[in-house]
Design a protein around this ligand. Structure first.
Ligand SMILES: [Zn+2]
Length: 314
């Protein structure tokens, strides 16, 4: 049943288990997650034929987050979809007529209609939401977790650096919305950043993270899903911190001008006083020795860059 083009993966396991909801292209200019989900759908179709012992516990749903922006190759149409998952706002506008809604508000309503229908039909005991993204900058892959210990636990198993606290300065990301409190069912969320938007390997790394997630939450057994991409994640993350925490976010939402200096990469070490960008007030200096994350090298976006510090003890 694929009457809805937004649904790119719809898999019903033969055993009970969690509902895994995976988003690709929550930002329309990030096609890697969509390609990863399309390939995973094919792999899941073939697996039971080639491997009669294959079992899948639970159900999996893969969605194109911002369908309209994705089809136009844009990050968003009106405003960043991943800043608008705010329960109080959604509860308000979901009763408005379609004509009065912004394109991203329609996206939210369409996504929620599908998800709510699945939840009603499947009545899962547990929901895991994995949001697949890529970055405009190069270098480094990472997982963003919530404060939920289980989110951290799954995140660590994806075999990429885990960033804690990234959500604290933000509002309205998918991880803010898809919670136990909002869905009324135990829910764990995490986001995986698989590399630069247009790198071919970003697709492979998203597949590897997705596979690791399916294994960690018990949908598939490790030996049943071939995961030749996992070594890419481990190799890629070798010199990166295992767990790091956000210490600063450069907010450029209200800034008329912002431009990163060229060639900064994810996880690059930066030093106090270092000038890394220009904005309408002049030079933008680093406030503390740290690592830079997601320096902005695209026109659309509300965050100039993030600073993180490695956490020891993981
Ligand atoms: Zn993104």
């Amino acid at each position: 049943m694929r009457e809805n083009e937004r649904i790119i993966l719809d898999y019903n396991g033969d055993h009970p288990g969690p509902l895994l909801i995976v988003f690709g292209a929550m930002h329309g200019n990030e096609p890697a997650g969509v390609k990863a989900l399309e390939l995973m759908a094919k792999m899941l179709e073939v697996e039971p034929i080639t491997n009669p012992d294959f079992t899948f516990c639970g159900n999996m749903l893969g969605l194109i987050g911002n369908f309209r922006a994705y089809n136009e190759g844009k990050r968003y149409i009106n405003r960043d979809l991943n800043r608008q998952w705010i329960k109080a706002d959604i509860d308000q506008f979901k009763y408005d007529s379609y004509e009065s809604l912004t394109p991203e508000q329609v996206e939210i309503i369409e996504n929620l209609e599908i998800i709510e229908d699945y939840i009603l039909r499947l009545k899962p005991e547990k929901i895991i939401v994995l949001d697949l993204h890529t970055t405009s900058s190069k270098g480094g892959i990472f997982t963003i977790c919530t404060d939920d210990p289980e989110s951290i636990k799954i995140a660590v198993e994806l075999h990429a650096p885990v960033i804690k606290g990234l959500l604290s300065g933000l509002q309205g990301t998918s991880l803010h919305y898809f919670t136990t409190e909002n869905l009324g069912i135990p829910t764990v969320g995490l986001t995986f950043e698989s590399g630069q938007h247009d790198e071919a390997l970003s697709v492979n790394r998203a597949i590897a993270a997705l596979t690791n997630c399916m294994r960690t939450i018990g949908c598939v057994k490790a030996e049943h899903i071939e995961n030749q991409h996992d070594s890419i994640l481990i190799e890629y993350s070798r010199d990166l911190p295992k767990v790091a925490e956000l210490i600063y976010r450069k907010d450029i939402k209200d800034s008329p001008y912002f431009e990163m200096l060229p060639d900064y990469q994810n996880f690059q070490k930066v030093y106090k006083g270092e000038i890394v960008a220009k904005d309408s007030d002049g030079d933008v200096e680093i406030i503390e020795d740290s690592h830079i994350l997601m320096p902005l090298y695209q026109k659309q976006g509300e965050d100039g860059f993030f600073l993180i510090k490695s956490l020891v003890g993981y």
